[in-house]
Design a protein around this ligand. Sequence first.
Ligand code: AMP
Length: 397
Amino acid sequence: MKILVINCGSSSCKFQLFETSTGDVLAKGNAERIGIDGKLTYKTPGKEDFVCLDPMPDHKVAVKMILDALVDKDHGVLSDIGEIKAVGHRVLHGGKYYSKSVIVNDDVKRVIRECFPLGPLHNPANLTGIEACESVLPEGTPQVAVFDTAFHMTMPPKAYTYALPYELTEKYSIRRYGFHGTSHRYVSRRAAEFLGKDYNEIKIITCHLGNGSSFAAVDHGKCVDTSMGLTPLAGICMGTRCGDIDPAIVPFLMTNENMSPDDIDVLMNKKSGVEGLSGVSSDFRDLEKASRAGNERATLALEMFEYQARKIIGSYAAAMGGVDVIAFTAGIGENTDYIRAHACEGLEFMGVKIDPSKNDGVRSEAVISADDSKVTVAIIPTNEELAIAQETEELVK
Ligand code: AMP
């Protein structure tokens, strides 16, 4: 089945067209600078990339241009737009309402809108993308919303509640939601499949380490805890996000640096993390280079990242009363052997033993723990777009 996957940002619309029977990507690309000028980059395997600089005043025009490119006689991959059987949309926030992906109807759109305050940068753009597709695709083409938060909805109240006055928690639906849910679901399931284990019988810790990083404790197929919170700012320190800090630092900085809530938001989301710490970069390749050259702050940033990862892995094993599988994924988790090794260092006491000969330099799906390690540690490359396509297919079938 041909499924189009759409990930809309405020001024961009990334897309991938899948043939789900094979998992093949037929075409992919990005419509950028929507509302500014417009740039569509379109790639198909075996053909030259195609770039179109026609104006893109809004998302509707952007989606129309993507669809036109897909049926274009020179670089298109479809003879008719009706070949697209459904569209899967990545949606950041489903609030407390959705624990699964859903076919979009008016109620779903209302909930996505209701969650604007919880995902102010993403949810409005995600809804715009849905409405743009509705207006330009043939009538009746199903649209599916795949929420980043849905997989974590199985967490128990003790894991998702913050110790704030209960009335405020209820009034504003303040709680831990967690993100990267599509990736944690995909990676935990794939890890069980790859290792020949029953997903519903084991305890898995998934470590999604990328520019944004999060962890999930998946006990017998259900997420029971995750490191991101009300927003994707919580958890381990990230590329430019500070992660968990003493909340009293917020009023302290506001008072002493004369900062507004917006200033604090920018500081903690865009100027902190390993970039803010090192003053070098948010990219781990740059940090590694700087650290090797003797930059002490780059070394500190890397050590903090590894140490915080190790603490979360240990705490999730404690929360679940054990762990059978630890799975590393995303840009850093898949590509950086020393981060995987250091994140597991010192965890021999709980049966985690990495085999350097299986870990060093490895970037693809593989077991990296020693044969005598009680806990299996693996690299499981994530593929959020394919996961969205598969969930969309399951729903519309
Ligand atoms: P993601 O958000 O999953 O795309 O991950 C992005 C991050 O992964 C980048 O900021 C890099 O720090 C890291 N990364 C990606 N590729 C590599 C690589 N080949 N070696 C080391 N780090 C990498």
